[in-house]
Design a protein around this ligand. Structure first.
Ligand code: AMP
Ligand code: MG
Length: 399
């Protein structure tokens, strides 16, 4: 059985990035740009006013004030503003409206007064004030984002501001979630003898939501029958880049996932890792599709997601992968089995003395409720069988 380190190394070595595609900008958060993005326009595209006020020609403020100037017109945001400013005149202008040709300065409405059709200016301003020059925000041709940038929500706004609709990125993988097990039924259905509700696809879906992953998720419950598993998985191969199954990877008579992988000419990267919980995890490649076969026990699904799924997705998206980690001080004593690398669910809380870890009591891979409320895991090296209150441990945030 391989160690966690070895499993991670195998993933890093084998999982390659997805081919680039053009995506609508709203779908690019978290994605890597595959080319520099140059702005096709100036932003703003015209000299405009930063405030509501009046626009004038500075040199018309001759001698000593107050100055009285007739108001030539009113320019709203969205107007073309092509009418030339007459000598000695001012225009009323709104925030974001274009300066008329000839105007070079804006005064705030609060700093002037309007009498009949004239503006009265008591104090002189400085030339060019309250004007946002063409290209002040972004210049046409400027490289705004370099190839390799990982897009953020704010960056999406910047792309929209230069009028782009799509950009080329390494996309998010198309993900299918498949809960396998003849005993599994969907919440909402009537519970029958021998059945249990599908918690796994729900916890996984929510986990993706929590990480702002705009992934396509299909959740399907599949019974433990080789032909059915084979057909459904085969159908997924062209539509998805990553299949996450739960159940059917252990030693049971009906644990068919490894067989199905072989039947579909898939290659197993590894099966079983020296971790607790989640040992039976299987990672395989079938054609261009990666399959992560998580064990059915719901706590193992969570640890498998944290250790392997996040890492594989990062590899596919060509983004650097670093789990968000911390040193935390234990709030309680815990004992652990120590035969494998351990993940112990914990509530990690920031405090003035650093992060405090409140470990779960009685964690068991089959008891999902034992980990309710956790937001991270304490990681325990092989051989570590107890941790005492006050001890500093290494922990990773789940979200
Ligand atoms: P398996 O890995 O298929 O042997 O399943 C291990 C345990 O996890 C069994 O008790 C299953 O009933 C349970 N299990 C499998 N799939 C799910 C699921 N989607 N939701 C909740 N429990 C599950
Ligand atoms: Mg099963």
């Amino acid at each position: 059985m391989i160690t966690l380190e070895e499993a991670r190394a195998k993933i890093d070595e084998a999982v390659k990035s997805l081919p680039p595609v053009r995506l609508p900008i709203l779908k690019t958060v978290g994605c890597v740009l595959t080319a520099d993005i140059r702005s096709p326009i100036n932003v703003p595209d015209f000299d405009c006013s930063i405030v509501d006020g009046i626009a004038l020609r500075y040199d018309d403020l001759n001698g000593v004030g107050p100055w009285r100037m007739p108001i030539q017109s009113i320019i709203a945001a969205g107007d073309a503003g092509s009418e030339k400013l007459l000598p000695g005149y001012a225009v009323k202008i709104m925030t974001g409206a274009p300066l008329p040709p000839g105007a070079d300065t804006v005064m705030k409405i609060e700093d002037i007064s309007i009498e009949n059709d004239r503006t009265v200016i008591g104090n002189k301003t400085s030339k060019g004030e309250y004007v946002r020059a063409r290209g002040d925000d972004v210049k046409e041709g400027e490289v705004l984002f370099e190839k390799g940038t990982v897009m953020t929500a704010v960056d999406v706004g910047v792309l929209a501001s230069i009028g782009l609709v799509e950009v080329e990125v390494i996309p998010h993988p198309r993900i299918a979630l498949l809960s396998t097990g003849s005993e599994i039924i969907a919440p909402g259905e009537k519970l029958k003898q021998g059945r249990r509700y599908d918690a796994n696809s729900f916890v996984l879906k929510s986990m993706f939501g929590g990480n702002s992953f705009p992934v396509d998720l299909i959740a399907d419950i599949i019974p433990d029958r080789t032909e059915q598993l084979e057909t459904i998985i085969k159908n997924c191969l062209d539509k998805y880049d990553l299949l996450i199954t739960s159940g059917g990877v252990s030693m049971g008579d009906f644990d068919y996932i490894p067989d199905v992988v072989k039947k579909l000419d898939g290659e197993i990267l590894f099966h079983k890792v020296k971790i607790k919980p989640g040992k039976p995890v299987l990672v395989a490649k079938i054609r261009n599709c990666w399959l992560v076969g998580l064990p059915g026990n719901p706590v193992s699904v969570i640890t498998g997601y944290h250790l392997f799924v996040k890492r594989i997705i990062a590899r596919m998206m060509a983004t650097p992968y670093r789990p968000r980690s911390t040193h935390a001080r234990m709030a309680d004593n815990v004992t652990f089995n120590g035969t494998r690398f351990g993940l112990l669910g914990a509530r990690l809380e920031e405090s003035s003395e650093g992060v405090i870890a409140y470990p779960v009591k009685g964690q068991n891979s089959g008891r999902l409720s034992s980990v309710k409320g956790i937001n991270g895991f304490i990681m325990l090296e092989v051989g570590k069988t107890s941790v005492i209150s006050g001890e500093t441990v290494y922990a990773e945030w789940l979200y």
